[in-house]
Design a protein around this ligand. Sequence first.
Ligand code: SAH
Length: 243
Amino acid sequence: MKLHSQNKYPLRTIFYSILIISLVVSGIYSLTEDPFKDKRERMVKFQIESRGVFHKPTLNAMRTIPRHLFVPKNRIDEAYDDGPVPIGYGQTISQPFIVAYMTEVIHPQKEQKVLEIGTGSGYQAAVLAEIVDSVFTIEIITELYKSSSEVLKKLGYKNVLVRNADGYYGWEQHAPFDGIVVTAAAEYIPPPLIKQLKDGGRMVIPIGSPFFVQSLMLVEKNGEKITTENLMPVRFVPFRRGN
Ligand code: SAH
């Protein structure tokens, strides 16, 4: 009778045990690891930092937010591309660089309240929500209002309030705002938005004809004085009226 068996190859046993354990650990790790993390890092580095946006809170927000959850399922592969992506109803989620630039240019701060006109996918609102205290965002298309509200809720953004209305009139009830971001091209700056901008506040808005290249404008309010600065040529979807 054999009382105990002796392992003839102890080193081999140790080697195979280590191999199996590491395969299991790396398998679990790859299941929990976000497969889009690398794409986000590259987006920030090659599309945003390389073009001169270095605002840390903005870059951090864009490194963290799962942008692929803000595009239609059949366009997930395009989510981190260097351009706008269609989100249905003739609308688009803005190019990552434009989102970063518009965020940086209003100088967002932790304790601030920001108004966005044109929620669209909800991505720009999420970027702002990572930085400021509260975000109020208005979307004119009911279906987009619903889908963006849902994704923002799913991701746990409790400091974003979405409303289905014509953003031309702003959101009087929560005014004044430290910053206003308009993501649809208007022919002129809607006067209610200027009114609802805080003294010392900054607004960024594309101005021009919907069918041509527009100008991204920075609007600053200092007392009664309104100054505008032409930042760069852009192409945005048209600012609609009605609802
Ligand atoms: N900020 C968005 C960009 C969406 S495109 C994002 O990150 O995805 C611009 C959006 O503005 C569209 O969804 C369009 O429906 C909306 N829009 C156009 N005119 C509007 C208006 N008057 N009020 C509110 N939203 C408007």
